[in-house]
Design a protein around this ligand. Structure first.
Ligand SMILES: NC(=O)c1ccc[n+]([C@@H]2O[C@H](COP(=O)([O-])OP(=O)(O)OC[C@H]3O[C@@H](n4cnc5c(N)ncnc54)[C@H](O)[C@@H]3O)[C@@H](O)[C@H]2O)c1
Length: 260
């Protein structure tokens, strides 16, 4: 018997990157997964690649009506919702003075209001079942500050606050709410800023190299952490933040000091 046999999961932002890696891992553990995203073509092809346990539907996480439709269809097709992974995310890079209020609001809409609407939409079904696991995908930027991504970082900090509050509110209904905080993901998320970042190789390398475990978090490691929090293995964990960051927030490794 696999850890998630018979469980039904919704994974937002599931068309590519971290979301598709999470969907794959949940399916390997026995779950059936509904992928939601804006990228319909990529979403359909990811679902086809994942096989019969995956289906895709259009789900803009900022739209309440899309959430109602996703929950209705999932319940009609599968009869229950055991797991929600709030993975969809939007990055904006730019100093505060170069970030428009519209860009700032757009980031908050996807990274904070999206998960709020998602929790709100699945809670009644999970309460009726007396059980559910909600896992948010945050970021190392939601545990530390970071220049050049202020509103992204702020939205991910807020997401942790939402998760802890929801954990308290829903715990007595058997619903757990936790957050995975990775340092790394799909490089395609940096799309519009790729060219500028290509000129900062030394800076970005040193940013990831001074960790206890150097380098970016592999997608599979992030997916494993989500699987842990989605499964009964973490049955007494709620309201927690699980960094998958190679020790980034533990401190900085100082080259040479090991030889003192
Ligand atoms: N890429 C990184 O380096 C990194 C680092 C830390 C955390 N994360 C987090 O990991 C998660 C997944 O990101 P990724 O790295 O796979 O990047 P990605 O850009 O490949 O994936 C994000 C997905 O979210 C979808 N999305 C965006 N807005 C949406 C909306 N309104 N409704 C539904 N779907 C929407 C996109 O279409 C995309 O498929 C995000 O929450 C991100 O903040 C990423």
């Amino acid at each position: 018997m696999e850890r998630l046999d018979g469980r039904i999961a919704i994974v937002t932002g599931g068309a590519r990157g971290v979301g598709s890696a999470i969907a794959r891992r949940l399916i390997e553990a026995g779950a059936r997964v509904v992928l939601g995203d804006l990228r319909d073509e990529a979403g359909e092809s990811t679902a086809a690649e994942l096989g019969g346990a995956a289906t895709y539907l259009h789900l803009d996480v900022t739209r309440e009506a899309d959430w109602a439709g996703a929950v209705k269809r999932t319940l009609a097709d599968h009869g229950r919702i055991d797991i929600l992974v709030n993975n969809a995310g939007r990055l904006h890079m730019g100093a505060i003075e170069n970030t428009s209020p519209e860009e700032a609001r757009g980031v908050v809409e996807v990274n904070l209001i999206g998960p709020f609407l998602g929790i709100r939409a699945v809670a009644p079904a999970m309460k009726a079942q007396g059980k559910g696991a909600i896992v948010n995908v945050g970021s190392v930027d939601g545990m530390l500050g970071m220049n050049g991504v202020a509103m992204y970082a702020a939205s991910k900090w807020a997401l942790r606050g939402l998760a802890k509050s929801a954990a308290l509110e829903l715990g007595r209904s058997g619903i757990r709410v936790n957050t995975v905080c990775p340092a790394g993901g799909n490089p395609e998320m940096y799309g519009p800023w790729m060219e500028q970042l290509a000129g900062m190789i030394d800076q970005t390398k040193s940013y990831t190299e001074d960790r206890a475990l150097p380098g970016e978090a592999p997608l599979g490691a992030i997916a494993d952490a989500v699987l842990f929090l989605a499964s009964d293995d973490s049955r007494h964990c709620t309201g927690i933040d699980l960094p998958v960051d190679g020790g980034a927030h533990a401190g900085r490794f100082m080259p040479g000091f090991n030889e003192l």
